[in-house]
Design a protein around this ligand. Sequence first.
Ligand SMILES: [Zn+2]
Length: 195
Amino acid sequence: VTEEEARALIAMGEGQTIEFKETTATLRKGIKTLAAFGSRDEGGHLFIGVTDAGGIVPFQRARNAEEKWANEIKGNVLSMTTGEPLLPQINSFGNPGFSVISVDGGTDTGPYIAYGRRFERVGKSTHEVQMDYRQLARAFNQHIYDADAAEPLAYRFCERCGNPKLKRSSALDPDHDRMYHFIECSECGWSEWTE
Ligand SMILES: [Zn+2]
């Protein structure tokens, strides 16, 4: 976001997609909120250097501060469905100044977990929610197998160990005029076949 956009967001105040932090002292809490933002369609923005009331209190950033924040986020916030880390965009304005960490939302990639737990944004607060294992299992099944693919056995990764390197082969049985398709995991030996 640009500085103008950032200031317009601050003017809207804290809410469903906006959170203010005065300093990075509570960055861990902020990261839980980013996980909650990432789990929604709209995504959201975490500001640092802004009071709860929306006043900018310029703070001095350490060298490589943005890189450290990005690594803390990427290392601790993961998609429950894809296992990929949450990728933040970080913009800072002035030093001393203020920063905004933005994440895209998306129901394809979320929900995200932070530090192994799941969080939800309700108004201007972030709550921990119980892991919904049924939802997780459904998401896992939708992700593991590409139902839209034309090829047979359209697994994206091994059902047992998650390895994405799968060996595929086919064999024709001329006696019965049938084509068999096989898929096998190179890591754990899991296999599946179909006609
Ligand atoms: Zn495997």
